[in-house]
Design a protein around this ligand. Structure first.
Ligand SMILES: Nc1nc2c(ncn2[C@@H]2O[C@H](COP(=O)(O)OP(=O)(O)OP(=O)(O)O)[C@@H](O)[C@H]2O)c(=O)[nH]1
Ligand SMILES: [Mg+2]
Length: 278
């Protein structure tokens, strides 16, 4: 990404002209930092002595990142429950598979719930991953009640004392209130058996600022505990992580960097900032 290194170089080059500032502003917008943060960075840069600009900007960036815990929840005494939510096609099912791979690497047992009952293909996609990763998946009838699949899975996870239950849900437009309410129902029904520990919102990093809007709307319907930012291997500029965290305070917990089960990395704030600044 190295977004800021170019900017620092430009500023250090001496007189920063009007068009230089415009160019810097445009590159911040193009990196998906968002208009508000881009404007503020320019303000900071303009009012700070040139040899202190990089420190001032780094301080601002650090302050905008979420201070919440980025580790995935884990309970020693009962199954840890994770709901995967998001708009259509962001990478929920793939991220579910990636989480399985990550958790199996930590020697944790995992059970899956195929709570996307809208399409037979969605259940099959999860089953294919489950076979490949050697975990069980609880399914229900196509067009059945997703909450009932999640409930059955939670009951089983509890009785078999599985470490993690991951519930893959159907993609839904954040603008459809009926579908958003359904997520609340899945949550309430599971909570008759087990508390929900994590609700991870999967955001496609290539959708830019729309990701911020998605995060805000999902937050209103279900209490989001973290984000998975997918497709960071593509053309995504990465500023979106900062934009979402600043606007919502919700921490990015993982980033997706490809289509394979191992293409998942924990989000490490220092590494991310170094990537922007390096
Ligand atoms: N390059 C890249 N592709 C990804 C990543 N994550 C998911 N994909 C791809 O994105 C497409 C959609 O992924 P799914 O996991 O099916 O998305 P979903 O959110 O479950 O989709 P719906 O259930 O239909 O809403 C697939 O082609 C995935 O391989 C990623 O991190 N990088
Ligand atoms: Mg899916």
């Amino acid at each position: 990404m190295a977004l800021f290194s170019k900017i620092f170089a430009k500023i250090r080059g001496g007189q920063t002209s009007h068009s230089d500032w415009d160019e810097i502003h445009d590159s911040l917008i193009a990196a998906d930092l968002g208009a508000k943060s881009a404007g503020e960075i320019i303000e900071i840069a303009k009012k700070t002595k040139s040899d202190e600009i990089s420190d001032a900007i780094i301080t601002a960036l650090k302050n905008w990142l979420s201070t919440s815990d980025r580790n995935l929840a884990f309970n020693l005494d009962r199954p840890t429950t994770v709901m995967i939510v998001g708009v259509n096609g962001t990478g929920k099912t793939t991220s579910t598979a990636k989480l399985v791979s990550h958790l199996k690497g930590e020697k944790k047992s995992v059970l899956l719930a195929a709570a996307d009952t809208f399409r037979a293909a969605a259940v099959e996609q999860l089953q294919t991953w489950a076979q490949r990763l050697n975990v069980e998946v609880v399914t229900g009838p196509v067009n059945g009640d997703p909450a009932s699949v999640a409930f059955d899975a939670a009951t089983r996870a509890k009785s078999e004392n599985i470490n993690y239950l991951i519930i893959d849900t159907a993609g839904r437009l954040h603008t459809k209130s009926g579908l958003m309410d359904e997520l609340g129902k899945v949550r309430r029904v599971v909570e008759k058996v087990l508390p929900i520990d994590e609700v991870l919102l999967v955001v496609d990093a290539t959708t830019g600022q729309n990701g911020v809007i998605q995060a805000k709307v999902f937050m209103e319907s279900v209490a989001i505990t973290g984000l998975i930012l997918t497709k960071m291997d593509g053309s995504a500029k990465g500023g979106i992580a900062l934009a979402i965290e600043r606007e919502t305070g919700v921490p990015v917990k993982f980033i997706g960097t490809g289509e394979g089960a191992s293409d998942l990395e924990p989000f490490v704030a220092e590494r991310y900032l170094n990537g922007l600044l390096a």
